[in-house]
Structure formats: C-alpha cells, structure tokens
Design a protein around this ligand. Sequence first.
Ligand SMILES: CCCC/C=C/CC(=O)SCCNC(=O)CCNC(=O)[C@H](O)C(C)(C)COP(=O)(O)OP(=O)(O)OC[C@H]1O[C@@H](n2cnc3c(N)ncnc32)[C@H](O)[C@@H]1OP(=O)(O)O
Length: 414
Amino acid sequence: MAGFAGRLARCWYSGFLRSPLQVPALGLHVGGPAMQTSQKDFNNAVSQLKLLKEDPGNEVKLKLYALYKQATEGPCNVPKPGMLDFINKTKWDAWNALGSLSKEAARQNYVDLVSKLSASSESPSPEAPAADRKQPESDSLVVTSGDGITTIRLNRPTKKNALTTQVTPSARESILLVLSRLFHSKTMYHDIIAALQAASKDESPITVLTGSGDYFCSGNDLTNFTSLPAGGPEEMARSSAVLLRDFVNCFIDFPKPLVAVVNGPAVGISVTILGLFDVVYATDRATFHTPFSHLGQSPEGCSSYTFPKIMGSSKAAEMLLFGKKLTAQEACAQGLVTEVFPDSTFQKEVWARLKAYSKLPPNAMRISKQIIRDREKEKLHAVNAEESNVLRERWLSDECMNAIASFLSRKSKL
Ligand SMILES: CCCC/C=C/CC(=O)SCCNC(=O)CCNC(=O)[C@H](O)C(C)(C)COP(=O)(O)OP(=O)(O)OC[C@H]1O[C@@H](n2cnc3c(N)ncnc32)[C@H](O)[C@@H]1OP(=O)(O)O
C-alpha cells in the first residue's frame, strides 16, 4: 500500500513539475516563460485582428503586414517587385523598411499595434468555453481553445456553413483578411484538416465541431463545382476525391474525444462524418439528411459502412439511397445522435457538460478511444478510399451535373 501511495505521489508531483516546462515529445513547447508568452501573444494577436469591426486603413494594414513578415520570416529577403507591380512593391517597401529589426521586436510591435486596434473586438457567447487561445484560420472557420476544449466552428452562416473548396470572399473581407489568408491554407476543407491536426496535438482533452448561426452545415458547397481548374472536369473530380479522402482520414485518425455540437440542420457530408465522432449532441431543431441520389452522388464520410452498423441496413438505405430526412429525435433513436436537447437550453447544457468532461484524465480518455476505435481504422480507411473513388466518377456523371445546375439555377431545394 505504501509503495502504491509512493508511486501515486511521484506521478502527481511529476505532473506538476512538467507543467512549467513542457515536453517536446508530447508536441508541446519548450523554452522560458517569456518566450512562450510572446509567441502565444503573437498568435492571439493574429487571430484577434480578424475580429476588428473597423477597417484600420491602408497605412496601418501595411504596417501590420510588414511586422508580420518580419516577425515570421525575418528581414526582407525577396527580390524587389517591378515598378508596375504596384501592390506588391508597396508591400515589399514596407517590409524592407523594417531593416534588421529582430523577429522578437517585430512580434512585440505587432502585438502592441493589434492590442491598440482591438478595442471593438467581438466578445464570445457566455456559454461557450472561455477562449484562452485562438489559432490562425480563415474567416470561415474559427478555432478557439479554453476550458479544456478546442472548438472548431464553421463560420459561414449566410451560406448555412456550406464547405468550400475555394477562397470565397465574405462581406467583411478586407485587404487585411486577404493578406492574412496568404499565410494560411486556402479552403474550409484544408482549414478543418489543419485545425484537426493541431487539435490532435494541443493541450485540450476534448475537441468539438460546431456551426455558427441557424445551421450546423449544409454540406459541400455546390458552387465548388463551378470554377473548373485548368485540367477541366476530370481534374476537378480527381482533386476533389483526393481532398475528400484526406479530409475524412483526419476524422478516422483523430486520437482524442471528438464531439459534434449540432446546433441546427445538417446536410450531406456534415451528416455522414458524424459516424466517426465519439459523441453527437443535437438541438431539437436539428435535422439530418443526405440527398446523395437527388444530387446524382453517392455516400462518403464512411457512411456506407458506419450507417448500416449504427442504424441497421434498412434505415441506412432509406437515408443514403432515398435521402430521408431524420428529425433530431429520430436520429437519436437510430443511434446517430447521442442526446437531443431543447433548443432554448442547448448551448448552456451542452457546454456545461463538456466542460465537466474535459476535466477527466485526458490520457485515460485517449486510450479508451484507441481501444474502441483502433481495430476499425484499417477498414474505415479502405471504405473511405473506395467511396472517394466512386464519387470521382459520379461527379463527372450527367445526373450529378444536372442536379448541381438545377440547384444553382434555384429550381430545386434539396
Ligand atoms: C470535396 C469534398 C466533397 C464532399 C462531398 C459532399 C457531398 C455533400 O455534402 S452533398 C450535400 C450538398 N448540400 C446540399 O445539397 C444542400 C444545398 N442547399 C439547400 O438545399 C438549401 O440551401 C438548404 C436546405 C441547406 C437551406 O435552405 P434555405 O431555404 O433555408 O436557405 P437558402 O436560401 O437556400 O440558403 C442560404 C444561402 O446559402 C446558400 N447555400 C446553402 N447551402 C449551400 C450549399 N450546400 N452550397 C452552396 N450554397 C449553399 C444558398 O444558395 C443561399 O445563398 P444565396 O443567399 O446567395 O442565395
């Protein structure tokens, strides 16, 4: 008993000792507190900038651009653009003007400038976890960490959080946002992949996917199919299939508890991936449907395998073949949803519960997830690859092209 108590005490103390200087093998940072704070402040400032309500004006934007480049890349190290390349030359001049200013000083100046500008930044909703860390992402995806939860929030409410494969300008787009996107990935799919990869290594025990506004997500943005790459429809289908496979793989491989907070209706791929989540909480306003046949498409997100397993083959067929829309209660009865909450108390109840769960020992939760999920992974990867290949063909079919053309010409709502 004494030996056990001693071991317990040693673990307890080593846990404490680890926190000030964290261990690189665990994907965490090393270095003194001043260094950590400065980088963290810089990352926060980069995120905070996107929440500014007022356009700070071109002069300030240029200064921010120059400081960002200096802080991340050091002194200007690229050739001067030609006289006619006016915008890039102006940016180059601003960066070059910082001379040999150190990265640390540039970071500090950047943080100071953003904190002066951010008086009017948005405040988070009271129920959501306190955001003590916000990661760089596009305007359409907001990633925050706090209270032991990393929250990945789809943030295109005017388009029902449809998932883009293109950079789509938003209403409050500014040069500043365009510039900030130059440093980050291009599309919502890529941003979600990056956010999941970062979350898999961060300190939060729990990761959540949710949406802004009245929808959870309306699935793939059907306008993705309208801007063809140089290789034509074949190249569009090929690259979309690769993106789809990579996207779904991230959910299959995600190592920590992954929770969907379904704040409203869900369509298409936002429904199918739910079979790869550990827990799905839904408002009673949510609905779930996969109109693949209507779109001349076929199942993805491993749903051809997970749905029959979760709800039985005949219920799965009704959803996946006929596009039957389930209410939240029905989805819960079928096992796709864990629990349904009244819309009026949904946010409050769900976040309170998740905050409590996030205090459970993180390693125990990871290991339990591993035991539950690992034996299925190989199968899921094979299913994902097959579904992506089949869809590649489907996207080139007349059935699919006609259905998308019909949506885009507003003839049908799905
Ligand atoms: C590369 C990986 C590919 C993975 C493939 C995945 C397959 C799928 O996800 S299939 C599912 C695709 N999604 C749909 O078919 C949904 C299409 N949208 C609708 O049927 C309706 O918009 C709605 C039922 C979701 C909402 O209808 P409601 O009347 O309430 O609102 P709207 O006025 O229609 O929508 C507002 C606004 O948002 C635009 N929008 C909504 N969903 C999408 C979407 N999926 N793609 C593109 N745009 C969408 C809609 O057009 C409206 O835009 P405007 O205000 O500009 O008209």
